[in-house]
Design a protein around this ligand. Structure first.
Ligand code: BJW
Ligand code: ZN
Length: 295
């Protein structure tokens, strides 16, 4: 049975040396970004397999682009919430030195909304003196399922990727987000009018990792998982591999797992600690960062 005791968690946190966090869609719920599965999840209106696979993009790039255009527009309007900011603050070596001395920390996120990167920028610009620290103690952020704002060429010969936050990404998609949000997209946009590669003119695609595609940074992540003595699992249903397997790998070599989720999630009965509730409340508290965030 997992413990729900915050004080015991903080004792473990204090002595941990290699800490990782695996984050999922629940991290961004308080920022207004819907989850994938469950009540209110994005995939209640559309079948995941008709939106997030390479095959579906080949068959219907117009529908897939409308879905991602909608997601880009939502993410552009969203702001990092206290859970993003707690993880970003915990990433700063000087902050972490007070909570878990001499530790490393890496945030591995499955989210593509860019909010963790924005939280990092926000926290660093509030404390610019913290930028001047040795590289090996700097926090790393690994966005393993890619980024909504990366736009990638579909031509294997070109492969150009660019970070593009233009709203709307192209004129033909303007306004289609309303139909997608209502669950009644039927607006077929000609392929020539969809986003194109700025280098070679071929059809571009969202720079995210779809089902059957290989997630990013896997070698680095495997090493971190092998070394980790504490794994925080934040706002993920833990149903999607390989991310869903990392917590049990950490436990298998003797590390501790702490789950932060609104509800029960896959494998949480095996965790060492379980904090049920909104992670935007439980995580800042568990990391001892509520005063930093709200002062
Ligand atoms: C809150 C909250 C609050 C709400 N506070 N909590 C092994 C076994 C079986 C199958 C496979 C396997 N390995 C691979 C597979 C196949 C497949 C897979 O896992 N399928 C499963 C269905 C079993 N995996 C893949 O295809 C992956 N590729 C792959 O494995 O390549 C092969 C390979 C691997 C390794 C080496 C070499 C080769 C690719 C997966 C790509 C996933 N892509 C998506 C879409 C990304 C683009 C986009 O965003 O559109 O990623 S799918 C979708 O699921 C998205 C998410 O990142 C991902 C995870 O979802 P997440 O984040 O957990 O969200 P939800 O909605 O499920 O859960 C939200 C949670 O938040 C809930 O628990 C709520 O309770 C909670 N919550 N509010 C705290 N306020
Ligand atoms: Zn190109």
């Amino acid at each position: 049975m997992p413990s729900h005791d915050m004080n015991s968690f903080q004792t473990v946190l204090r002595s941990s040396k290699h800490i990782i966090a695996i984050a999922g869609a629940g991290l961004s719920v308080a920022s207004g970004i819907p989850t994938f599965r469950g009540a209110g999840g994005l995939w209640r209106k559309y079948d995941a397999m008709s939106l997030a696979t390479p095959g579906s993009f080949r068959r219907d790039p117009s529908l897939v682009w409308q879905f991602y255009h909608y997601r880009r527009e939502v993410a552009l309007k969203a702001m990092p919430n206290p859970a993003h900011l707690a993880l970003a603050s915990f990433s700063l070596p000087q902050t972490r030195a007070l909570i878990a001395p001499d530790s490393t920390f890496t945030l591995i996120t499955q989210n593509v909304d860019g909010l963790s990167a924005r939280a990092s920028q926000q926290v660093q610009s509030a404390q610019p003196q913290f930028l001047d620290v040795p590289d090996d103690t700097q926090t790393k952020l690994l966005e393993m399922h890619g980024r909504l704002f990366d736009v990638r060429c579909t031509s294997a010969k070109c492969g150009h990727t660019e970070f593009n936050t233009t709203s709307p990404i192209c004129a033909s998609l303007a306004g289609t987000e309303l139909a997608i949000a209502a669950g009644d997209a039927d607006h077929a946009i000609p392929v020539v009018d969809l986003p194109r590669c700025s280098e070679c003119g071929a059809l571009a695609r969202p720079g995210v990792v779809w089902f059957e595609e290989v997630p990013l940074h896997l070698d680095v992540i495997e090493n971190l998982v092998d070394q980790a003595d504490l794994c925080l699992v934040v706002g993920t249903s833990s149903t999607l591999y390989p991310a869903a397997g990392y917590a049990s790998e950490v436990q298998e070599h003797g590390g501790t797992v702490a789950v932060f989720n609104l509800e029960h999630s896959a494998g949480d009965e095996e965790a060492d600690f379980l904090f049920l509730g909104p992670c935007e409340e439980t995580l800042p508290k568990a990391l001892g960062l509520t005063s930093v965030l709200y002062s």
